[in-house]
Design a protein around this ligand. Sequence first.
Ligand code: ARG
Length: 290
Amino acid sequence: WRTGGAPAREDSTAVSDPAQRTARRRRYLMCPPEHFDVSYSINPWMNPEKPTDASIALLQWSRLRSLYLDLGHDVELIDPEPGLPDMVFAANGATVVDGRVLSARFRFRQREAEGPAYLEWFRENGFRTHEAFWVNEGEGDYLLVGDRILAGTGFRTDERSHVEAARFFRREVVTLDLVDPRFYHLDTALAVLDDDLIMYYPEAFSTWSRGVLRSLYPDAVIAGDHDAEVFGLNAVSDGKHVLLAQEATNLADQLADRGFTPIGVDLSELLKSGGSAKCCTLELRGEPAR
Ligand code: ARG
């Protein structure tokens, strides 16, 4: 269990699952938090009275970006826009599968302009785009697990967007109901570890959705209150390395037991806005259509 820096040599202790995890090279889109601030409150973590420091946010974000580069991944950048303090949360900017982009349409007017800003980046970079009709907050609520898309609703993404996504991506989309306002996006309560493995916090979901998750992923890693509350589930996995909030130590131990290499990151400044590693990271899957 390590914090920051390049991954050290594999530590074979505590690996009870003999499965050899393999990393797949990823391409991510990120947005530097140059204008980071908590000037409004649209989730229970955001307190505009509490001071924030954009330079600390930028430093923590830069370490996350360096980690991706050290692990051999590609990181593209989008220019941050003044007046959009949440634009750092690139995961909300769109959903990208097979080089096809479903634009984001934000629930709250404070973030509305982020949708077109991200869409513009995708158009300029040659992706096939579809302008969403229904409210959806990108990979905040859409997570690809193998061929299937898990889709959150309850606080942000409109359930009707799930049908739009299924048609656009031609994939199975499984609707999951979020019930705890602290876990307002799917990616705050569930993370994709591999093509057939996830980790999640059951209490964030309705009874029905818990049943769905249990039957689809009987081997899932289950998070407890503490790890969920420090945003340990807002994690990014490349199939082997899992980047997650450094405070989520129980989750890290469980991941190591399953043969993953957990890497703790300090994103305390971004947590003041209700975000962590995954929120800052949008995966670009597939090549632009051109
Ligand atoms: N302050 C932002 C909001 O409430 C945080 C977004 C976090 N992003 C995420 N993918 N969960 O909208």
